[in-house]
Design a protein around this ligand. Structure first.
Ligand code: J5X
Ligand code: AKG
Ligand code: FE2
Length: 358
């Protein structure tokens, strides 16, 4: 039995007030506990981009002969890009959106039957990073890892099997897409399968695993003061994100501030996560991102958070480390990294950084 994500937080309980979640629909005013200021998140007010900002992450056509280089370039500059012609059927994206919409549309009492436990990964609740902030986020989430059967049975006593099929098919497609993207990006650096033995593309991909995070951002009475999902990087190799046709995702660039990622129907957003940053010896940027909310339309997103089996040691590819220097990071498993992140949040990367002798 391969090491699974399901038990990574066993020794790292979080205490979050799931059951105090307000009924978002009934609020006319933003409660103080949901009102963010720069002191709650230092980047809260950093240079918000106008909605029509000329620059945003590139949209890459996977059928383009130069796709690998474009992906490599996007990973080095933005740490994010969108993809078209990715091969995932539109009908499957619609099915997943429909599933997400019906899940969050269930009565709160029903959703709480599948509440995430304090030491668990799967289930309904606020995002795990909520414990690092004083203010609450204007969103609800549902995390799936391993089979969704048990949780889905609680949510939909009648037709959970249909929903399980959708998740299974989506994860299957995403898994293949994610490994293809990872290898396009690595190939652009001259890295081949001999350089990263554990991640062979030719195998059945059983070295990988994933979690699916469904997010719902309800309509918000005062969106400028609220935060849908606070700024974070993903602890993954790559994350593939589907967003419905409502803008809200923003990525951070040191030189530009927060940049909105406009929804492009049928396309998917790809984020470089912390593990890919480590593997690439810092060449690829794990992108800081967040989700804002709005006053007129509810927003949905589905993140496929993808990484290696929990006990595989990830370290910078030797080819990417210059001969006179030591690797930027020491080796770390996904399990160790998630546990470090669960305690130290945005300090996690620097904690596994090798300190160079000057
Ligand atoms: C496999 C993962 C990745 C997790 C933890 C665990 C399960 C849930 C993921 C998320 C999903 C929402 C944002 C995030 C920041 C969060 O709070 O929970 C993610 C986190 C991470 O990327 O660190
Ligand atoms: O909703 C979004 O656009 C972002 C979601 C996200 O960052 C996540 O689930 O990790
Ligand atoms: Fe994220």
């Amino acid at each position: 039995m391969p090491a699974m994500l399901t038990d990574v937080f066993r020794g790292h309980p979080i205490h979050l007030p799931h059951s105090h979640q307000p009924d978002f629909t009934s609020l006319r005013e933003l409660p103080d506990s949901y009102s963010w200021t720069p002191k709650d998140d230092i980047l809260f007010a950093a240079a918000p981009s106008p909605p029509t900002a000329v620059e945003t992450i590139p949209l890459i056509d996977l059928d383009h002969p130069d796709a690998a280089n474009q992906i490599g370039h996007a990973c080095r500059t933005w740490g994010a890009f969108q993809i078209a012609n990715h091969g995932v059927p539109l009908s499957l994206l619609q099915d997943v959106e429909f599933l997400t919409e019906s899940l969050f549309g269930l009565p709160v009492k029903r959703k709480l039957k599948a509440a995430r436990s304090e030491t668990g990964v799967s289930g309904y609740g606020v995002a795990r990073i909520a414990s690092f902030f004083n203010k609450q986020m204007w969103s609800e989430g549902f995390t799936i890892t391993g089979s969704p059967l048990n949780d889905f049975r609680k949510l939909w006593p009648q037709d959970h099997l249909n929903y399980c099929d959708i998740v299974e098919e989506y994860e299957e497609r995403m898994k293949k897409l994610a490994s293809k993207l990872m290898w396009l990006a690595l190939n652009s650096l001259g890295v081949t399968e001999e350089d990263v033995e554990w991640a062979r593309l030719t195998s059945d991909l059983s070295w990988a695993q994933a979690a699916l995070q469904l997010n719902h951002y309800p309509v918000c009475p005062e969106p400028d003061r609220a935060m849908g999902l606070a700024a974070h990087t993903d602890s993954t190799l790559l994350t593939i994100l589907y967003q419905n046709n409502t803008a809200g995702l923003q990525v951070f660039r040191d030189d530009l501030g927060w940049i909105t990622v406009p929804p492009v129907p049928g396309s998917l957003v790809v984020n470089v996560g912390d593990l890919f940053h480590i593997l690439s010896n810092g060449l690829f940027k794990s992108v800081l991102h967040r989700a804002r909310v709005n006053q007129t339309r509810a927003r949905l997103s589905v993140a496929f958070l993808w990484g290696p089996q929990s006990d595989i040691k990830i370290s910078p590819v030797p080819k990417l480390v210059s001969p006179l220097e030591s690797p930027l990071y020491r080796s770390v498993t996904w399990r160790e990294y998630l546990q470090t992140k669960a305690t130290h949040f945005n300090k996690a990367l620097s904690m596994i950084r090798n300190h160079r002798e000057e």
